[in-house]
Write a protein that binds this ligand. Sequence first.
Ligand SMILES: Cc1cc2nc3c(=O)[nH]c(=O)nc-3n(C[C@H](O)[C@H](O)[C@H](O)COP(=O)(O)O)c2cc1C
Length: 124
Amino acid sequence: MLNSEDRLDVLKTCTPYHFHAPLAMLVCYDSIVSWKRSYDGKDMGEVDASIVATHMMLEAANLGLGSTWVGHFDPEKIKKAFPLPENIIPVVLLPIGYPDQASSPHPNHDKRFDVSTTVFYNSF
Ligand SMILES: Cc1cc2nc3c(=O)[nH]c(=O)nc-3n(C[C@H](O)[C@H](O)[C@H](O)COP(=O)(O)O)c2cc1C
């Protein structure tokens, strides 16, 4: 959890997407204990962290807060700045705060691909 002025200032050197929020949560996984699929060794840590972060965003919304999913940060800078051990892998940053009343969604928000271009049914 990053909520002191010092830490938020450091965060600003790691990403342009801090939105001057008064609080940011950095969601990580531990690559030592994360589950690796035996068939191909795939590390499910990112999946786990993403599920947790999604629930955190939903709870923030329940509390009347705004957040956004930020993947655009320099992971090496973040790991050095806070500092994180090698096995703690940052996945997503959630800047959190009360939305500006004057804010509006990005123009692309209402532009959606037709569902037929994103959902495929296997006919085997
Ligand atoms: C994997 C991923 C990475 C994202 N990274 C960023 C980011 O670095 N900065 C940012 O402002 N928003 C980021 N977003 C949020 C998107 O820009 C967008 O706000 C969000 O997906 C909601 O989209 P919608 O308005 O089309 O519903 C990211 C979203 C996803 C799924």
